[in-house]
Write a protein that binds this ligand. Sequence first.
Ligand SMILES: N[C@@H](CCOP(=O)(O)O)C(=O)O
Length: 353
Amino acid sequence: MAWNGLLDAYGEFLPLTAATPRLSLCEGNTPLIPLPRLSEELGITLYVKVEGANPTGSFKDRGMVMAVAKAKEEGSHTIICASTGNTSASAAAYAARAGMRCLVVVPNGKIALGKLAQAAMYGAEIFAIDGNFDEALKMVRRLSETAPITLVNSVNPHRIEGQKTAAFEVCDQLGRAPDVLAIPVGNAGNITAYWKGFKEYHAAKGTGLPQMRGFEAEGAAAIVRNRVIEQPETVATAIRIGNPASWEKAVEAANESRGKIDEVSDAEILAAYKRLARTEGIFAEPASCAAIAGVIKQRERNEIERGSLVVAVLTGNGLKDPAIALETAAIEPVVLPNDERAVLERLQGVVRT
Ligand SMILES: N[C@@H](CCOP(=O)(O)O)C(=O)O
């Protein structure tokens, strides 16, 4: 059957009315891919939900389709967001699709190149501040309270509604909820959305409930440390957030599910990033790999039981941040002359027999 996007597929669970435009970039329906090598090494059955397969390459599209459709329904002409990159790319794409104006406020010089290129190409008006994401979010929240523009960060409840559909898909793909759901935590909207989704699907279809394991980056681990981090720092730019907007809801998800909010270091994130690409052929952005790093860490400590069915959410595509990829891979192409003999000689020299 043709896939027409989330509003079409999960409309009965979403706040749609007859007046809601059926906006779609055919988002959702992302693959759930088994990781055979890591599963074997860790003694669990591990899958990844590849959200980088969404139209703008991240999970934000699930929430954005809902938020922008509702903004349009309510007669809004302009949307606004603060962003570390993915939200701005997604907002810009859905605004373009809906024929709306999109304003984005980002931390200057801190946005991965691919994400900035996306927002620019989709026609967003981009404002870069000498401040971090938390400060940008404070500004756009205030602005949206006084001007006729719709805020589409995950503090907009429609974003959470759209994003909860990922939990539905995981249950549909596995035939039940996993034992453990591992997920990166930045602004904490996504862990909030997944938990809501698992609970609603369980109520409707008896699919069960996972333990929610959220992972912050060590340099931005506000929830774990129980204090706002004024200057968050991490290589995982998408979760470089020191005052998560959905802080309480993330704690609630972890507590209600008997899970945990934990932290992983940049070294652990980058090791997982490389390992995932090299051993499983999956290239996700660094922040996504906080979930993989977290699963590895918690298995080593036996905090995840041997034999568990675990799903890790890979929130964004690796291509969004080419600079970190090239730095991490530390492989330079070998430059050769355009001469067949010279090339063959060189290649024969590296072929193992
Ligand atoms: N990582 C996010 C930060 C804010 O996103 P939101 O989902 O809470 O709106 C980004 O991509 O900007």
